[in-house]
Design a protein around this ligand. Sequence first.
Ligand code: KG4
Ligand code: ZN
Length: 333
Amino acid sequence: MAVESSCDETAAAVVRNGREVLSNVISSQIALHTLYGGVVPEIASRKHIEKINQVIEQALAESGRALGEMDAIAVTYGPGLVGALLVGVSAAKAVSFASGIPLVGVHHIEGHISANYIENPELEPPYVCLVVSGGHSHLVVVRDYGVYEIIGRTRDDAAGEAFDKVARAIGLGYPGGPKIDRLAREGNPEAIHFPRARVAENEYDFSFSGLKSAVLNYLNSCQMRGEEICRADVAASFQSAVIEVLVEHSLHAVRACGFDTFAIAGGVASNSGLRKAFEEECARRGIRFYHPSPVYCTDNAAMIGVAGYYEYLRGVRSGLDLNAVPNLKLGER
Ligand code: KG4
Ligand code: ZN
């Protein structure tokens, strides 16, 4: 059984053998945070407390399994919002203590990467994975189950954060990613040329704050000149600038590592333009491309169950002193 509460989703799931999802319950707080234009940490924590027991009970009920049949309780203990993480960690510890079932602390990003195992039984390490979410943009070499090497990261904003900020600037509201995705389909990606940032010191690193500023400057100068803004063109042009950099850096890394397998993960991985671009480019270059279904891209507990399964097999067990670690690094314990 797995529990996830690192941001604004209260989630629990039951996973068999690390690959089969028996239940996947997600209680989303999006509607609540939309009012404020982003996640309010205190509200998130309070809502997690209200929902967590109910979500765990529902996940067990829908799986058709009893708690006593579980081999391990996996829980996200970082990174994320500390108050939010604490709710899931405390609930998982309580269940583990009461039932005697071993506890396994899981890294949230490891969960995102592991979401790829759910629907792709043939996928096995090694491969390169691009993790793009609201809080992270990482290029990760997955050497083995539980063995990761981060070769690229964002220097400033995460990809999802850039989506959310640009969406707010063009009046689309929170969360911006899915809204830009939809609107971009109606726009011309070549209408406006936004910069494609390169980071000189590391060819695999990302930077999205310059792009975000370029979009804001474009909107301001249009307003000052009294020109009408075509929001669909802005969305499409912005999205294509993000996609181009992500595709180029990622596939360069795949080749440099000598691999023929590549995967994407995280909320932004559900972006339809991004998936299409990777599908086309990977096919052209003879690289096998994997991605989770949208429901396993954004935060969920099934992915934590999968990651927890492989950590459990590696012998990882957490004590009842397991704490929330808001800035937990991938590969650290
Ligand atoms: O993985 P996730 O649920 O939470 C974190 O761990 O951060 O990712 C949420 C992020 C948000 O920034 C959201 O705007 C973005 O993923 N997102 C998308 C799409 N769906 C969600 N970004 C672009 N296109 C989408 N379709
Ligand atoms: Zn996430």
